[in-house]
Write a protein that binds this ligand. Structure first.
Ligand code: KG4
Ligand code: ZN
Length: 331
């Protein structure tokens, strides 16, 4: 079964073709340049850019996939920004109508959980950590479509913390990739930032860490550049990564899973990838990392979830766009 996927929930316009769990094409057109002057995603500009980009992106994805009939169209129905979601939904439903095939509204977060399956054979149940600009969710996934969210962030998402702290350091937008790059030159033990905890719960909290960075800069004035900047990036990153890895691996052990998967933009982070893999291996756990393009927002994961739902005969009753959609089991 060949599924065309469409992803427009935030600031990446993407279309992909996935055939029975195998990736045929995945085209991503990033709007970073549109939003950079505003240091964040401007919803109205995002909607307009999706409108302008989506048809060419879909054409390219279909062309790169090679000849073959599309059997279904999957689009992201939430969570995300309402305007951008509507662009993808209308395009997906219209194309499905034209092709005479089913349209499937997909949960973006489920896409991040299942993205690893496009490149790895997963052993269920598994623990999934979805870390992006909008989410930090620790999930126990019993099978495709059966999820229990163990914990989530109580304040800032991990990617949001990266982006906000990058701003404090005077770096550009988005800050995550820049901190990642600079941190590789720095000493992670240079500054002892707090490891935020939420005792007795699986939740996360990153706003205290962000404040700690702010106070550190206030109490230690002077230019943030060169060696000092690299050390600050490495120290901040170490605090985030250690917190994420501690929690994810503790959950994996507690619920006796064998596989841990990562998803979301922050899963592209080199230190998180290395640390989770090494520390997981030491505990006998297999850490399944999607390649970086499948961590950040992409339509391949959306097409893949659509295929999983169709295969199981569990197409959701509603295809409505829902900006606040939570990760839930298939009903
Ligand atoms: O999943 P994603 O592409 O979009 C959302 O659904 O939010 O994630 C974007 C987030 C941004 O906050 C960005 O700074 C962060 O992922 N990010 C990174 C890296 N690449 C992207 N954070 C840390 N290290 C990276 N290499
Ligand atoms: Zn995402």
């Amino acid at each position: 079964m060949r599924v065309l996927g469409i992803e427009t929930s935030c600031d990446d316009t993407s279309a992909a073709v996935v055939e029975d769990g195998r990736l045929r094409s995945n085209v991503v057109s990033s709007q970073t340049e549109v939003h950079r002057p505003f240091r964040g995603v401007v919803p109205e500009l995002a909607s307009r850019a999706h409108l302008a980009n989506l048809i060419p992106v879909i054409r390219r994805a279909l062309k790169e996939a090679g000849p073959g009939r599309v059997d279904a169209v999957a689009y992201t129905r939430g969570p995300g920004l309402m305007g951008p979601l509507l662009v993808g939904k209308v395009a997906g439903q219209t194309l499905a109508r034209l092709y005479g095939v089913p349209a499937v509204g997909v949960n973006h977060l489920e896409g991040h959980v299942l993205a690893a399956e496009l490149e790895h054979r997963l052993r269920w149940p598994l623990a999934a950590l979805v870390v992006s600009g909008g989410h930090t969710d620790l999930v126990l996934a019993k099978a495709p479509g059966r999820y229990r969210v163990l914990g989530r962030t109580l304040d800032d998402a991990a990617g949001e913390a990266y982006d906000k702290v990058a701003r404090l350091f005077g770096l550009g937008y988005p800050g995550g990739p820049e901190i990642d790059r600079l941190a590789s030159e720095g000493d992670p033990r240079a500054v002892a930032f707090p490891r935020p905890t939420t005792p007795g719960r699986w939740d996360f909290s990153f706003s205290g860490l962000k404040t700690a960075v702010l106070y550190h800069l206030r109490d230690n004035p002077g230019p943030v550049e060169g060696r000092r900047l690299a050390d600050l990036c490495a120290s901040f990153q170490e605090a985030v990564v250690e917190t994420l890895v501690d929690r994810a691996l503790a959950a994996a052990r507690k619920f006796k899973v064998r596989d841990v998967v990562l998803g979301g933009g922050v899963a592209a982070n080199s230190r998180l990838r290395a640390s989770m893999t090494e520390r997981g291996r030491a505990l006998g756990l297999a850490v399944r990392l999607p390649s970086r393009v499948l961590c950040t927002d992409n339509a391949a994961m959306v097409a893949h979830v659509g295929w999983r739902m169709l295969k199981a005969g569990r197409v959701p009753r509603t295809g409505k766009a829902d900006p606040g959609l939570a990760l839930r089991s298939w009903s």
